[in-house]
Write a new protein. Sequence first.
Length: 415
Amino acid sequence: MAATPVPPAAPPKPTWDPGQPEGPFPWLRPTIRIRLTLLYGGMFLIAGILLLSIIYLLAAQALKEGNAVFKIIGGQGDVQIVSQNCPGVGSGARTTDQFNAAIAQCVLEQRKQALDDLLSRSLMALMGLSIIAFAFGYAMAGRVLSPLGKITRTARRVVGSDLTRRIELDGPDDELKELADTFDEMLDRLERAFTAQQRFVANASHELRTPLAINRTLLEVHLSDPGAPVELQQLGKTLLATNERSEQLVEGLLLLARSDNQIIERKPVDLAEVASRAIEQAREEAHAKGVEIRGERAPAVVQGNGVLLERIALNLVQNAVRYNVPEGGWVEVTTEAVHGQAVLSVSNTGPVVPAYEVDNLFEPFRRLRTERTGSDKGVGLGLSIARSVARAHGGRIQAVPREGGGLVMRVTLPL
């Protein structure tokens, strides 16, 4: 009797949960909404109280100034009405109707003047309170939103391949702190993933170097035997060239894994000296291919790793020499410091490069019009290594097709 198949076990659930457990009273949590509500509600209440107080004082002052006080002078048969605010009321002999009309006119004028003064002073008070409210609101909004600036600055540093940065935001347990903690956890996972990937590439490269070194030694020993047949020597030379190509590939992978991080230890490095050393190493190959190397190199000192920067220059110069025209070709290497940046430029004659294929040249194992291997000019990692080293130094590399064929490679690094 056939046994009942056992259903496969369910995959384990992820242990990472960015959510935070809520307390027994989630509505008491000091969220951004509650804090902003209390802040701006309190500011509105304080501004209203101040405005009402100022209007009350101004109204009392206006009523005091707007009252027309009349004083009766004289006795029986000779009565005179005198007012300090309305001096024309008591002048001359007038009937009762005339006195009443003069008093009413004086009261209207005083009331109008008092209202005008109240309006102008209220507008001035409102303008002053508005300026104070805007300034205070701007300062408080900046204080409340300051964690966002810290998150943004950390994200910009992470964009520069510095995954060791963390926000570590302090303060109340609100939405911004939750966002910062989630961002820190994401950076932890990314750093572990990148570190594991680089460690794998480095370990694999180291493990591959040992058998390749053994193969090279054995082949060199057999080739040194003068009694070996010609066919065996030819086969040994072919195998030795293949082995050397594999060693270059492993070295390139190891350098690519090491240079894809931010440079921690930096020293002053002159790009002019780096370019000159790269030219000296590639001069023999350029002479063999009939390629002229020229260009003026002005001093441009940057902070970085001299070995890795020299590798950038060497890769660019070697590519410019190898991918050139058969006759009358040239390579121009220049360095300069402009606008706070150091620029290494390598331009060359060569085949016409379509603009849509330029970005593919920086991908590992990619070459012009070929997808993978199939070229004896390199292992396809030169430009990838150059881009990784440039990024690790906080710079960038650009490639622009030349009119008539060839490329112009520009490496820009901060001084």
